[in-house]
Write a protein that binds this ligand. Structure first.
Ligand code: DGP
Length: 115
C-alpha cells in the first residue's frame, strides 16, 4: 500500500496551492500559512525525511542543500540584517507536520532564548 502524501509533498507536487519562492530538483520553499515573523518561509525536501533526528547518512547531502537554499532565499528576501533557521523535532520541539522542514524567519529582531 502506498503511504499517503504529507501536506508538504502535496504542495511540492502542486496539488495544494502555496506561495512558492524557490523550487529545484531537491526541494521547494514557500511562505508559511501562519507566519511568525514578517518573513516566514519553509524549505522542504521533495523526498520525505520525517524529522531531522531520523535522517540517515544517505540524507546528508540533501540536508546540506536545504541549508544552502535557505541562505539563498534569505538573500533573495532581502534579509541582510539577519534571520533565523529553525527545525522543530517532536512534540517538545513544536513539530506539527511530520515532514522535515527548515523555517526561515526574518524581517524583525528575533528574541533569544526562543519560547
Ligand atoms: P512545525 O510546527 O515545525 O511542524 O511547522 C509546520 C509549519 O507548517 C507551521 O508553521 C504551519 C505550516 N503549515 C502547515 N500547513 C500548511 C499549509 O498547508 N501551507 C503552508 N504554506 N504552510 C503550512
Amino acid at each position: 500500500m502506498n503511504t499517503p502524501k504529507t501536506i508538504f509533498q502535496k504542495i511540492a507536487d502542486k496539488e495544494i496551492p502555496a506561495k512558492l519562492v524557490h523550487e529545484d530538483a531537491l526541494c521547494v520553499a514557500f511562505h508559511d500559512v501562519a507566519p511568525q515573523a514578517p518573513i516566514h518561509i519553509l524549505i522542504v525536501p521533495r523526498q520525505l525525511i520525517v524529522r531531522v533526528g531520523e535522517a540517515q547518512a544517505s540524507d546528508q547531502a540533501l540536508l546540506g542543500h536545504l541549508l544552502r537554499v535557505a541562505g539563498q532565499v534569505a538573500r533573495q528576501q532581502g534579509l541582510a540584517k539577519g534571520f533565523r533557521l529553525v527545525i522543530n523535532h517532536g512534540p517538545d520541539g513544536g513539530e506539527s507536520v511530520p515532514h522535515l522542514h527548515v523555517h526561515l524567519l526574518g524581517g524583525r529582531a528575533l528574541g533569544w532564548p526562543p519560547g
